[in-house]
Design a protein around this ligand. Structure first.
Ligand SMILES: [Zn+2]
Ligand SMILES: [Zn+2]
Length: 276
């Protein structure tokens, strides 16, 4: 996903899945006159679907290009650079990371607030995913853009079945309160966003049938958060790879809400542009 801040001429790219190849080609065409390409790339996490496009991102092979790559680290002894550069080894790709011509800096992020300069502020938040995954909240000139992918609702991790021998009422209540609080903190993180892009891989039925614990949300959950926490526009994102366009159209009939309502709701699409 590309976030372009026109007033600063700063380009932020969030994640490097298959879509970054086309973005790279577009950037190459824009810089055909030889002006250097500069961008900041924020990785939410390093699951394959979020980094697989990187080796096919043409600007990274230009000596004049400069990139800063930000992302969370799960294990301190395995820095971001190492995790990513693993893709550029002869085992997987014909070019090695050492042979990339562009200047690439790596910055490890944790949960917190960061000043990105020029009045651009960033807040990061750990989400609920099998691998450490960060949500990003960018604020500039009173506008807020927020991402929450990949994530699923926090849930009570303790036994809630009173007939189960391992059941303990106090522990169950504690687990419930912790889940409610963790979900509330996600809500506060996205509060009032002008645009929130939220993981909605599943429908409610799919999620509760067999996908709990897989690290992805369902549509009603995202909409609930968007509405409760006064999000202005909500982009439903990270569609299940099995979903056809017709199925998405049908889901849109059911869920999309156009401008004028409290929260505008739409499905994210490749090539879509949203002005904040
Ligand atoms: Zn993931
Ligand atoms: Zn993913």
């Amino acid at each position: 996903m590309e976030l372009y801040i026109e007033q600063l001429d700063r380009l932020i790219i969030i994640d490097a899945g298959s879509g970054i190849r086309e973005l790279g080609d577009h950037m190459m065409a824009q810089h055909a006159d030889g002006t250097p390409i500069k961008a900041e790339i924020f990785l939410t996490h390093t699951h394959w679907d979020h980094i697989m496009g990187f080796p096919f991102f043409a600007p990274i092979y230009l000596p004049s290009s400069q990139f800063t790559i930000y992302g969370p680290v799960t294990y301190e002894e395995e820095p971001l650079k190492e995790v990513l550069s693993g893709q550029w080894t002869y085992r997987y790709f014909p070019v090695r990371h050492e042979d990339l011509s562009s200047k690439v800096n790596y910055v490890n992020l944790k949960e917190g607030r960061y000043d990105l300069g020029d009045g651009l502020a960033l807040q990061t938040k750990y989400l609920n995913h099998p691998l450490l995954c960060l949500g990003y909240r960018y604020e500039f000139m009173g506008k807020v853009f927020c991402t929450a992918y990949d994530t699923e609702p926090f849930r009570n991790l303790f036994c809630t079945d009173p007939t189960d021998p391992g059941y303990d009422a106090a522990t169950a209540a504690e687990g419930e309160a912790a889940a409610v609080e963790a979900n509330h903190r996600i809500g506060q993180f996205v509060e009032g966003a002008d645009l929130l892009v939220f993981d909605t891989q599943y429908t409610r039925q799919e999620y509760f049938q067999s996908r709990i614990g897989w690290g992805h949300s369902y549509i009603d959950h995202a909409i609930g958060i968007g509405q409760k926490y006064h999000v202005k526009r909500l982009a439903l994102f990270h569609h299940d790879i099995q979903r056809t366009d017709d199925q998405l159209d049908a889901l849109c009939q059911q869920y999309c809400v156009s401008k004028g309502e409290d929260t505008e709701i739409f499905f994210a699409r490749e090539g879509m542009e949203v002005n904040l």
